[in-house]
Unconditional design. Structure first.
Length: 245
C-alpha cells in the first residue's frame, strides 16, 4: 500500500479514547474494550510503519486515570504488561524503536523492568519511533522540565534570566523528536485531557466519533488525508504561506 497523500505527517499523536463505551454498547465489561483496543494499537503501529511516519505517540494512561476504580486500573496495568511482553519481539523485528514517556516510578517494579527491557532491546532500531505515554500528563511534563532547569540554576550552571521557551522545550519528554503534526482523538470528545500540552501548540487536531477499538487503517488514512488538506500557517498569512506576499 502507498501513502494516501503525498503530505505525510512526520509525527502523529493519538488519544485512544472510547474503549469503555465500545464495551458498554456490546454489554461487555470495560476491560473487553481495553483488550480490543490493543488490536487497534497493533493495526495503527503497522500502518504507520508501512506509510513511513517517523513518530507515533499513543496516550495509554494519563496521570488522572489513577482515579478510576482500582480494578480497572490494575487490569490496565496487567494489559500493558502482557501486551508489551507479547509484542516487543514483533516490534523489534519490524525495526520499531519503543520509548515510554511519563512518571514511571509509580508503576510496579515488574512493569518498570519490562519497559526498560523493551526500550533497551529496540533502542538502535531505525524504523518507526513508537512513544507510549503512560502515567503521563502535560502539566507533569512541563513541571519536570522546569524542575531540571531550577536545579541547574541552583548549581550555578544556568542564569534564571536565560530560561526561555527553548530551554523549557529542551527538557520535555519528547525533546529529541519533532512536535506532533497531526493529533487524533477517537471516541467523540473534543478535548486534550492533559496530553502533550506544550508540544501540541501548532498541531492539526482531528477528532473522530469512531471508538478506539473500531479504529483501523481506513480511519487513519482518512485522518492523514484530512491533514494533507490543511494549510499550516504558524502565525503567518495564507498568502505568505502560498508565496504570494
Ligand atoms: C481509553 O478509553 C482508555 C484509557 C483511558 C486507558 P476509555 O476507558 O476512556 O473509554 P471511555 O471513554 O470510557 O469510553
Ligand atoms: C484520555 O482519555 C487518556 C487516555 C486515552 C489514556 P480519558 O478518557 O481519560 O479522558 P477524559 O477523562 O474523558 O477527558
Ligand atoms: Mg475515555
Amino acid at each position: 500500500m502507498t501513502a494516501p497523500h503525498a503530505c505525510l505527517p512526520r509525527h502523529i499523536a493519538i488519544i485512544m479514547d472510547g474503549n469503555g463505551r465500545w464495551a458498554k454498547k456490546r454489554f461487555l465489561p470495560r476491560h473487553a474494550g481495553h483488550r480490543s483496543g490493543v488490536d487497534s494499537v497493533r493495526r495503527t503501529v503497522n500502518r504507520c510503519g508501512e506509510l513511513g511516519v517517523e513518530v507515533l505517540t499513543l496516550f495509554a494512561f494519563s496521570s488522572e486515570n489513577w482515579q478510576r476504580p482500582e480494578q480497572e486500573v490494575s487490569l490496565l496495568m496487567q494489559l500493558f504488561m502482557t501486551a508489551l511482553k507479547r509484542e516487543t519481539k514483533a516490534l523489534h523485528r519490524n525495526n520499531v524503536r519503543l520509548q515510554v514517556i511519563g512518571e514511571r516510578s509509580a508503576f510496579a517494579p515488574e512493569l518498570q523492568a519490562i519497559l526498560q527491557e523493551s526500550e533497551q532491546l529496540t533502542q538502535h532500531n531505525q524504523g518507526l519511533r513508537l512513544v507510549i505515554a503512560a502515567n503521563y500528563g502535560g502539566h507533569w511534563d512541563i513541571a519536570q522540565s522546569v524542575q531540571k532547569l531550577a536545579e541547574q540554576v541552583a548549581q550555578g550552571q544556568l542564569k534564571s534570566s536565560d530560561i526561555d521557551c527553548q530551554q523549557i522545550a529542551s527538557h520535555l519528554s519528547l525533546a529529541d523528536l519533532p512536535n506532533p503534526d497531526l493529533f487524533i482523538r477517537t471516541g467523540g470528545e473534543q478535548r486534550i485531557s492533559n496530553f502533550l500540552l506544550w508540544q501540541l501548540a501548532y498541531t492539526e487536531l482531528f477528532f473522530t466519533d469512531v471508538l478506539w477499538p473500531d479504529f483501523n487503517e481506513t480511519e487513519l488514512d482518512r485522518a492523514i488525508a484530512w491533514f494533507a488538506s490543511r494549510q499550516r500557517r504558524f502565525g503567518r498569512t495564507g498568502d505568505q504561506v502560498e508565496g504570494n506576499a
